[in-house]
Write a protein that binds this ligand. Structure first.
Ligand code: KE4
Length: 425
């Protein structure tokens, strides 16, 4: 079934740490051999043993219209003939910036980078430079990439591997990162009160996707917005996951809440390495070469990544029905899973917003990292492998959101529900 992946995984570990270039791919929480993927098309992955899987990772979000989406592939192939990078400005970067600014609220200026980590790292440096303050507030279980300041009680792979403090992150850096529970407005208010005039930024995933999918409680985001206004704190929405997924204008549009800075990744690059950070002109003008807050990148805004992202975002902008379809597919999946799991003999929770969804084996609502971590991870592990055997590829960790793509058919959703029906913990 997976003999070629087993062989490749053994070989990969001879030259790559852990055999993977990103830890979450290693199947460490769920066990077994990570599958090596040969190709993908639409909603399907094909591994090196020619097994086909319905894909609920979508490269951790980017492949929102499915794999090898023809307009994107054609645009990349055409553009590559004119070189893959110049290290000089191009009209394409202007077109990309103008397109994003036309789609999302509250972004006057935007800077392209090459990953979500770079976007979030740059945004907090900018907030610190703009305010002259040192501390940031992040939420336990949220993940903003692997920059030192974020590796404090983070989600995603850190939660998967139960890494609470990361060797190599100095006490000095960690001490400037304050944390509290997601959905606890009182805790955030207390942190701001206890660190008066010292907090530069509050950075938050407006829908958390790195401890499973966790929705903001009613009033939570609004309360943080008001707190930032009162205390002169920069509110950063990390929309690396939610951007261009929850709506063309992301979570800002979906919730009608204005951030001061927003970070993007994943969908913005259509699978190519792209991140971005943007926001209010008065803040963004502190970034070099206009201001003193330095930030740079050899491949920032490179033409291949730009044409891929530009092509995908243009299709999303011109076809807003895609979001209606995607939300409807995810709702159908949600209702189906809810029915299918009734008879599995285990208490469960399903969290969903838009096309982000996650299943937790728990008898209590999952509303923050503590409740996510208290779930039955062993049952998730068994569910993951049960579904894999049925040709369904879920994220290999209970601390990840699932991501639907619009190439999924009703039959794919029905098969996912039917496979869940036969799951017995
Ligand atoms: P990247 O540096 O991996 O492009 O983006 C970091 C990042 C920032 N903010 C949010 C909300 C994110 O979810 C991420 C990255 N997400 C993980 C999946 N949970 C990427 C997968 C991986 O680490 O391989």
């Amino acid at each position: 079934m997976y003999s070629r992946s087993k062989e490749l995984f053994e070989r990969a570990q001879l030259s790559i740490p852990g055999g993977v270039n990103s830890p979450v791919r290693a199947f460490r929480q769920v066990g077994g051999t990570p599958l090596f993927i040969k190709k993908a098309k639409g909603a399907y992955l094909f591994d090196e043993d020619n097994n086909r899987f319905i894909d609920y990772i979508a490269s951790w979000g980017p492949m929102i219209l499915g794999h090898a989406h023809a307009p994107v592939v054609e645009a990349i192939c055409e553009r590559a003939q004119h070189s893959t990078s110049y290290g000089a400005p191009t009209e394409l970067e202007i077109q990309m910036a103008e397109l994003i600014i036309s789609m999302v609220p509250n972004v006057d200026l935007i800077r392209m980078v090459s990953s979500g980590t770079e976007a979030c790292m740059s945004a907090i440096r900018l907030a610190r430079g703009y305010t002259g303050r040192n501390k940031i507030i992040k939420f336990e279980g949220c993940y903003h990439g692997h920059a030192d300041s974020f590796l404090v009680k983070a989600g995603s792979g850190l939660a998967t591997f139960n890494i609470q403090t990361v060797p190599g992150v100095t006490a000095g850096v960690a001490n400037d990162t304050l944390t509290c529970a997601y959905n606890s407005l009182a805790a955030v208010q207390q942190l701001v009160y206890d660190n008066k005039d010292e907090v530069a930024a509050i950075i938050i995933e407006p829908v958390a996707g790195n401890m499973g999918c966790i929705l903001p409680a009613p009033g939570f985001l609004e309360g943080i917005r008001a707190l930032c206004d009162e205390a002169g704190i920069v509110l950063i929405f990390d929309e690396v996951m939610t951007g261009f997924r929850l709506a063309p204008g992301g979570a800002q549009q979906r919730f009608g809440i204005d951030a001061d800075l927003v970070t993007y990744g994943k969908v913005i690059g259509a699978g190519m390495p792209v991140g971005a950070f943007g926001g209010k002109r008065e803040i963004m003008e502190c970034i070099a070469p206009l201001g003193q807050v330095y930030q740079a990148g050899t491949l920032s805004g490179n033409p291949i990544a730009m044409i891929a992202g530009y092509t995908l975002l243009t299709e999303l902008k011109n076809n807003p029905n895609i979001y209606t379809e995607l939300d409807a597919k995810t709702e159908t999946l949600h209702k189906g899973l809810n029915t299918a799991l009734q008879n599995c003999g285990m208490p469960f929770q399903i969290n969903r917003l838009g096309s982000m969804i996650s299943v937790h084996f728990s008898d209590h609502p999952v509303v923050d990292f503590a409740t996510a971590a208290a779930c039955d991870i062993e049952s998730f592990k068994r569910y993951f492998h049960h579904m894999l055997q049925q040709g369904i590829y879920l994220p290999p960790s209970a601390y990840e959101s699932w991501f639907l793509n619009n190439a999924l058919t009703k039959e794919d959703i029905a098969h996912t529900v039917a496979a869940t029906q036969t799951f017995t913990p």
